[in-house]
Design a protein around this ligand. Structure first.
Ligand SMILES: C[S@@+](CC[C@H](N)C(=O)[O-])C[C@H]1O[C@@H](n2cnc3c(N)ncnc32)[C@H](O)[C@@H]1O
Length: 213
């Protein structure tokens, strides 16, 4: 284990002691989870927004996948983490803020992101905050952009009712037992708008229906 890894682990544990609800894990995510949550991301994804990067486990994986450092926005609420990220990744856009206020900032000079990678503890957040995070994230992404979220729980950490309300669908795309604790990864996307052919066939169906003259 390198000195940087030991120092990150210790710093993370200290942050958890100071604010367990916000940090929500006693050690940073391991390499297997970082690989799983970034598996679908490549240099072609374009700008990527990372929410709650902590000590940068997922940030390192994103860079390894070819995302350019200046195509990364690191949104972190913990000042201890935000300061360290700024020093370690000087070309990335590190912003010390609550991720639920994402709608209020301009990123990448207005270019839309291709993906959002979230390390946020959404299970312990009130629904209002989670709605702000998801709405802000999809507003910052191009159509078809994807939100990736991990969880230590057995199901998607965003409740079904909330996904339905926001027109989103979630699919479990992977997971790993080689993490403390074991974790799963979900891909969340906007539901496809109904295909145009549905709208064209609607009046025909009504015309053929004898109950609707
Ligand atoms: C479970 S840790 C994950 C850290 C890192 N992604 C990892 O996997 O090792 C949660 C992270 O989210 C940050 N965080 C919690 N609430 C936040 C919020 N509202 N806005 C931005 N970051 C937040 C915490 O400070 C912490 O860095």
């Amino acid at each position: 284990m390198s000195f940087a890894t030991i120092s990150d682990t210790y710093g993370f544990f200290r942050a958890w002691l100071g604010d367990p609800l916000r940090v929500a894990a006693i050690v940073p995510s391991g390499r297997a989870l970082a690989q799983a949550i970034t598996a679908e991301i490549s240099a072609d994804t374009g700008p990527v927004i990372e929410l709650g990067p902590g000590t940068g486990s997922f940030t390192r994986a994103l860079l390894r996948r070819g995302v350019r450092e200046d195509d990364l926005a690191l949104i972190e609420f913990g000042s201890e983490f935000a300061m360290a990220l700024q020093l370690r990744y000087p070309r990335a856009h590190t912003i010390w803020m609550d991720a639920s206020r994402l709608h209020a900032v301009q990123l990448f000079g207005g270019r839309p992101a291709g993906a959002v990678v979230s390390g946020l503890p959404v299970l312990s957040m009130p629904a209002r905050k989670v709605i702000g995070i998801l709405e802000g994230s999809f507003a910052k992404m191009r159509p078809g952009g994807t939100f990736y979220q991990f969880t230590y729980g057995p199901t998607c950490p965003i409740p079904r009712a909330l996904l339905d309300r926001l027109g989103l669908k979630a699919v479990r795309i992977g997971g790993t037992l080689a993490n403390v604790p074991p974790a799963a990864v979900y891909r969340i996307r906007q539901r496809q708008p109904r295909p145009t052919s549905d709208w064209i066939s609607l009046p025909l169906m009504q015309k053929d229906n004898k109950q609707h003259p």
